[in-house]
Design a protein around this ligand. Structure first.
Ligand code: PAN
Ligand code: ZN
Length: 193
């Protein structure tokens, strides 16, 4: 068996996604420069990166050993904004151990979860406060903020699952979410045409 822990209790602030106490939390910030090639509008991405490289999202991870039989959990805050007509989003990944699932529970804002399998199945679920999405084993997942405030969600998945980002460094996800006259629309990724 892996590390044993004493039971612990944390604070999770739904408005900000912040998890306390600070000593029990790891924070990772992702800027636009961390997502080279992932947005359709490369020129808009370059210009925004040069003009200040905005912070797109933050991940707060409770400090739990990353191995079975633990459950890793935390929050993600995706900030509102767009690169060209595409909304701010996470990189997206498969779990390295593909037979591992995940649960997302929305605490604030409005988002879409883009999901797909290596076999080419695709799915999209909408999240708003109080709704949860179950991501079954084998489904890659990316979170998109389609609202005007922060999109905050809680996540939990098995320790040791790991993250595989490589699959999305070329063409990206099969679907993209774009703003069409103020509405968030899911369209097929033109790179797959
Ligand atoms: C989440 C994600 C988090 C950030 O904790 O890791 O939302 O997204 P990326 O890892 O794709 O940058 C999760 O799905 N963990 O497995
Ligand atoms: Zn995941």
């Amino acid at each position: 068996m892996g590390d044993l822990l004493r039971p612990l209790r944390l604070d999770i602030f739904p408005e900000t996604g912040f998890i306390g106490p600070e000593q029990a939390t790891q924070v990772t910030g992702r800027h636009l420069s961390d997502m080279r090639g992932m947005y359709q509008d490369g020129r808009a991405a370059e210009a925004m990166t040069a003009a200040g490289d905005p912070l797109l999202y933050q991940v707060y991870n409770a400090d739990i050993p990353d191995e079975p039989p633990h459950i890793l959990f935390g929050t993600t805050v995706v900030y509102p904004g767009k690169v060209g007509s595409e909304y701010f989003m996470t990189k997206g990944h498969y779990h390295a151990i593909e037979r591992t699932a995940e649960v997302y529970y929305c605490l604030k804002g409005r988002g879409m979860i883009l999901m797909e399998t290596r076999a080419g199945d695709v799915a999209v679920q909408h999240l708003e406060r109080g709704k949860a999405v179950y991501i079954p084993p084998g489904w890659a997942h990316r979170s998109v903020n389609v609202g005007s405030e922060e999109f905050v969600f809680f996540f939990a998945y098995p320790g040791g699952a790991g993250h595989d980002y490589e699959a999305f460094e070329g063409l990206g996800f099969r679907n993209v979410v774009v703003d069409r006259e103020g509405r968030a629309v899911v369209v097929a990724n033109p790179r797959f045409a």
